[in-house]
Design a protein around this ligand. Sequence first.
Ligand SMILES: [Zn+2]
Length: 229
Amino acid sequence: MRLVLVGPPGAGKGTQAQFIASHLSIPKISTGDIFRANVSGGTELGKLAKTYMDRGDLVPDEVTIAMVRGRLAEDDAQDGFLLDGFPRNVAQAEVLKKMLADLGSGLDLVLELVVDDDEVVRRLAGRRTCRSCGKVWHIDFDPPKKEGVCDACGGELFQRDDDREETIRHRLEVYQEQTAPLVNFYADEGILRGVDATGPVEEVTGRAMAELRGFTRGPAQEPDSEDES
Ligand SMILES: [Zn+2]
């Protein structure tokens, strides 16, 4: 299957991407991984991307697209993949569509992890990081024995700027602005499926797999159906 996974910060997208990809035995392709592979491999694109990153600039769309194109051409991606972090906008989605059409294929489904903003804030704003050892605690889900003190090393816990409520709400707004058109684009194509991303990680994966099973016609899913043999 050829899939794209989208979801807001705090939805557990990275974890779900990994689980879903491994359930389906397809590679998880994230832009972060592709960037790192190109930079550490010293490819021309990697060197180019690095010049932007070293200056603290965003890597331009065409560089990202060229890297994704290269990755999708690799052997392990020929029978399917799960894209995480790409496309980010409608322009990239159109490029991806064209890219796959040139290869004679197309996306099967786009899964959107759906979590409401207050839940994301609860998950992220409760995080506390140890100043000494860097371990991350959570005031509700994984609290230290003594408030404000790291169980592991006795260090002082603090809230990172990234985990402050106003920062999180701002990131969510930016996400909505950027992603709403992308989600609409795929809804118009008829391949968007929403997945409720609240609750334990395994339950979310289960819901995503149920959506995919509803779609898949492949032989792997139902060994007992032999109606077409
Ligand atoms: Zn510590």
